[in-house]
Design a protein around this ligand. Structure first.
Ligand code: COA
Length: 283
């Protein structure tokens, strides 16, 4: 899909880069030539991924940083720039989420997700954006959202509210920072298995099988598929894409279409219904 090393010479920051989809993007960016700084609240989550980046022949940096705290974010940006050079790529991937009936949410539960997802994305975007503007280097910011950012979703209210805000941030800044040659885009992934997401959102096998039935492609996503899309969106291959949110979900979010449930009927039943609407012509 890519020729050579399209991210060579670029410094990237990936929040939540030690585990899950953040880790997969970090490894792919490194393979494609980027110097990759991975951040997480827990330094121990970063070391194994840093070693994998190095094993690929890449250059990486592990920086402990809680995205909820702007002072820590500013310090992280300085550390990365000092050690890997000016930052051209930011992926806001760090997230928090759990399934819960909304009437069971305390204000602190709501805030714990919103402060990571929405405030954390703002903190990193603000600190890295100011750095890019000062360097006159341009840049690419990629936000990981979800399809329920625009649809909403039962049982993940704090995440839905926060991701809707991140989508609004994506489109607002794409316009405002276009003049600085900073592109701001988003990816809305459907279900991609990761230990972190699965233990909070897909806690048993039966739920997993139900989830799969709602995906027209009939399967969950593979990490490399998302990592390649992210690589494309932060590379010059996508230079004219700005303010876009690309869905990668096997068609899952479209399953709400009014007659889509008919896809579960046997063909004979569909033929019977079709014949009622337009009876066969008599010859
Ligand atoms: N259902 C209802 N409330 C919950 C909850 C759940 N499953 N999990 C946590 N909470 C509530 C807590 O009760 C607490 O509220 P309270 O003080 O009123 O009791 C509040 O949320 C904060 O919980 P705490 O565990 O102290 O916060 P934290 O900052 O350590 O954790 C989370 C934040 C909850 C988002 C945690 O899951 C997290 O850090 N996740 C990061 C990784 C992740 O979620 N990955 C999946 C992405 S899809």
């Amino acid at each position: 899909m890519f020729e050579g090393k399209p991210l060579a010479g670029q410094t990237a920051v990936i929040t939540g880069g030690g585990t899950g989809l953040g880790r997969s993007m970090a490894l792919r960016f490194a393979e494609l030539g980027a110097k990759v700084a991975i951040t997480s609240r827990k330094q121990e989550n970063l070391e194994a991924t840093l070693q994998e980046i190095t094993a690929l022949g890449g250059t990486g940096l592990a920086v402990g940083c809680d995205v909820r705290d702007y002072a820590q974010v500013e310090a992280m940006v300085k550390t990365v720039a000092d050690q890997l050079g000016p930052i051209q790529i930011l992926v806001n991937n760090a997230a928090g989420n759990f399934l819960a009936p909304s009437e069971m949410l305390s204000p602190n539960a709501f805030n714990s997700v919103v402060s990571i997802v929405l405030n954390g994305t703002f903190h990193c975007t603000s600190a890295v954006g100011k750095h890019m503007i000062a360097n006159e280097s341009g840049g690419r910011i990629l936000n990981i959202v979800t399809t329920y950012a625009w649809m909403g979703s039962a049982f993940v209210l704090p995440s839905a509210c926060a991701k809707a805000g991140v989508l609004a941030m994506t489109r607002s800044l794409a316009v405002e920072w276009g003049k600085y040659k900073i592109r701001v885009n988003a990816i809305a992934p459907g279900p991609f298995p990761t230990p972190g997401a699965w233990e909070r959102l897909m806690p048993d096998k039966a739920l997993e099988e139900e989830a799969k039935k709602r995906i027209p492609s009939g399967r969950f996503g593979e990490h490399i598929e998302l990592a390649n899309l992210a690589s494309y969106l932060v590379s010059n291959y996508s230079d004219y894409i700005n303010g876009e949110c690309v869905v990668i979900d096997g068609g899952e979010w479209l399953m709400g279409g009014e007659f889509n449930h008919l896809t579960t009927l046997p063909w004979e039943r569909l033929a019977e219904l079709a014949a009622k609407i337009r009876p066969p012509k008599k010859s």
